[in-house]
Design a protein around this ligand. Structure first.
Ligand code: SF4
Ligand code: SF4
Length: 259
């Protein structure tokens, strides 16, 4: 059977997810042997830039018109498009100030000199094109990435967690930083998959994997308000990694919040 033709591309982002692929040192030769890698800009220059692809891995967010053009070009070429990393899946850090207009934000950071480049409000890849598989994480977890590649090679889509970080935290018997210690922890509403890494180090979850399916945002906000956090504290934390997520638009709770 012919090896699947694969491309890995980065839009605007930090390239951390592509770095995770390169850091799969023990498995890299096996991966390279199982795939026909046509393009991987982080690892090698050149590549076949026009061939059809079976699978394309895309990292980063659309923050400028050129990103959108590249994304649509990749979608046209690929049978399956996999969004890797929280920027690609949820908008990530580039979208954290999406309540400001892009021109306003650009001016506040760069001043009038910033006019030399165009920008748009950063949004997840799925708001532009069909995404077949979304693997969140900042960066993605190596095991989930390998699981994804293995499943795709067998013609399946991997089963990713549909439960929250809290579940793994409880399983590991870490003390609860939210209930017991009053930290602003987003573990109850964040997708699992990192083995509750931050609570394991005594640090609260800041939601870097984006919201879990059916996250109960209202309940999380209520608990945080009871702990004394302000509306701004809560909003800033919720929108750090997934500002465009509709589930995190909690304006309806703003009224009465202790802003
Ligand atoms: S520390 Fe955070 S992740 Fe762990 S149980 Fe408490 S709220 Fe959940
Ligand atoms: S605990 Fe939360 S912030 Fe830490 S790695 Fe996991 S999802 Fe990200």
């Amino acid at each position: 059977m012919a090896k699947p033709k694969v491309g890995t591309y980065g839009l605007t982002g930090c390239a951390g997810d592509q770095l995770v692929i390169i850091n799969c040192e023990d498995e890299l030769l096996e991966i390279a042997g199982a795939l026909d890698i046509k393009s991987f800009s982080m690892a090698a220059s050149g590549g076949d830039e026009d061939c059809p692809l079976d699978i394309v891995f895309v990292e980063g967010t659309v923050v400028q018109p050129e990103d959108e053009r590249v994304l649509r070009w990749l979608r046209e070429r690929a049978e399956l498009l996999v969004a890797i990393g929280t920027c690609a899946v949820w908008g990530g850090l580039p979208a954290m100030k999406n309540e400001m207009r892009p021109e306003e934000l650009r001016m506040s950071v760069y001043g009038p000199e910033g006019n030399t480049f165009q920008c748009v409000s950063p949004r997840p890849l799925s708001s532009f094109v069909k995404v077949d598989l979304a693997i969140p994480g900042c960066p993605v977890e190596k095991e989930q990435l390998l699981q994804g590649v293995a499943s795709l090679l067998h013609g399946d889509l991997p089963q990713l967690p549909t439960y929250a970080v809290c579940t793994d935290c409880k399983m590991a018997e870490y003390p609860c930083l939210l209930v017991e210690q009053g930290w602003l922890c987003l573990g109850p509403i964040t997708e699992a998959g990192c083995k509750a890494r931050c609570p394991g180090y005594g640090r609260p979850c800041i939601g870097c994997r984006g919201p879990v399916q059916d996250a109960n945002i209202a309940s999380e906000v209520q608990v945080l308000q009871e702990k004394g956090f302000t509306w701004l504290d809560i909003q800033n934390r919720l929108w750090t990694f997934a500002a465009p997520a509709e589930s995190l638009k909690i304006d309806f709770l703003k009224e009465g919040a202790n802003a």
